[in-house]
Design a protein around this ligand. Structure first.
Ligand code: HEC
Ligand code: HEC
Length: 310
């Protein structure tokens, strides 16, 4: 190709070299086997992987399970879900999947064999990711070590064990499609919306759900009386006394980086994982985008506390 002889050639190579250095720094001393691929896609994919918080749910850290090999128990009102293996193992993981199959899982909540996924896998948020981020994410996942850990069946209450119940659920509550930027808002706000609503899936825990487990969009991010493991999750709209209305932007970005609350306390519960494995890896610009988006939302009172507005 002609451009190979042009000034791009050297630049391209040094970019790849720089990306490889970053990759080695980022991954530490363990260099996993991987198919020859685009190193910069892997580097970008690692950032997406962190922003999207895939690690915590898919690793059974309590029982010292291999990273991303699944088996983590997720207790919900519908029963216990066990996350599947998403390492590149071709038999027990997703190593045999094509890009399109991977994209369909995140975008449509559909398995390669056509099964519908339970929304315990937060694809109702991930559906808004753009296809390039999904492909980069797959490149990163496929660069990780494979683990031959078999999947464990979920332990669900009747009738939720039947996957066909998911078809009407999706029809009622699931809207497929990537996020379209709001032209009335600036780039920072749009990036924040993408980080909060799609990658960071903050609403999966911070938004209350109806009796069928669907997010109550009217009360977006206003707190959830029954979050992961049945615990309460706080209101993160700018409501002055129930939410984060009294926080400054710096309070919020510092919290997402360090886990320290404005009163000096440390984040607990499921938020510890979110900070340790996701928001602390974001760059400062992205944390600021999250803050600018959250503070732009309408303040909403939590469920059962009277009027909806402040
Ligand atoms: C809140 C927990 C949670 C998070 C976060 C999460 N997942 Fe999952 N994931 C699950 C559960 C539970 C399932 C099983 C769903 C089912 O059986 O219907 C699943 C299923 C999957 C599957 C299908 C695997 C198969 O064998 O069919 C893929 C692929 C996947 N997740 C990838 C990801 C990626 C990539 C991310 C980050 C962008 C992610 N997950 C984040 C809980 C989670
Ligand atoms: C897996 C569930 C989960 C997800 C996902 C999640 N959070 Fe949280 N979050 C919690 C829980 C639980 C707490 C309460 C922690 C505690 O008890 O200290 C919390 C606390 C917080 C607080 C402190 C609020 C206060 O008043 O103390 C903020 C701010 C926050 N989360 C922001 C976010 C943002 C932004 C995202 C998305 C990037 C997010 N959270 C994603 C579960 C989650």
């Amino acid at each position: 190709m002609i451009w190979r002889a042009g000034p791009w050639a050297g630049g391209g190579r040094s970019y790849i070299r720089a990306a490889a250095v970053l990759l080695v720094l980022g991954l530490g001393s363990v260099e996993p086997a991987r198919a020859a691929g685009d190193e910069s896609a892997i580097v970008r994919g690692e950032y997406i992987f962190r922003a999207a918080g895939c690690q915590a749910c898919h690793t059974d850290s309590k029982n010292k399970g291999a990273p991303l090999a699944g088996g983590r128990a997720l207790a919900t009102p519908f029963g216990i879900f066990y996350s599947p293996n998403i390492t590149p193992d071709p038999v027990h993981g997703i190593g045999a999947w094509s890009d399109d199959e991977f994209i369909a899982a995140l975008r449509k909540g559909r398995a390669p064999d056509g099964r519908h996924y339970y929304p315990a896998f937060p694809y109702p948020s991930y559906t808004g990711m753009n296809a390039r981020d999904m492909r980069d994410l797959k490149s990163y996942l496929f660069s990780r070590p494979a683990a031959a850990t078999p999947n464990r069946a979920h332990d669900l209450k009747f009738p939720f064990g039947y996957r066909f119940t998911l078809w009407p659920w999706k029809l009622l509550f699931f809207t497929e499609g990537y996020r379209v930027e709001d032209p009335d808002q600036d780039a920072r706000w749009n990036r924040g919306a993408y980080l909060v609503e799609n990658l960071g899936h903050c609403g999966e825990c911070h938004t209350p759900r109806n009796f069928l487990g669907a997010a109550d969009r009217e009360r977006r991010l206003s707190g959830n009386p029954a979050g992961p493991d049945g615990k309460k999750v706080p209101n993160i709209t700018p409501h002055s006394d129930q939410g984060i209305g009294g926080w400054s932007e710096t309070d919020l970005t510092y919290f997402l980086k360090s886990g320290f609350l404005p009163d000096g306390d440390f984040a607990g519960g499921a938020m510890t994982d979110v900070i340790e494995e996701s928001t602390s890896y974001l760059n400062d610009e992205d944390r600021a985008a999250v803050a600018s988006y959250l503070f732009s939302l309408p303040p909403i009172a939590r469920l059962g506390s009277g009027s909806q507005a402040e």
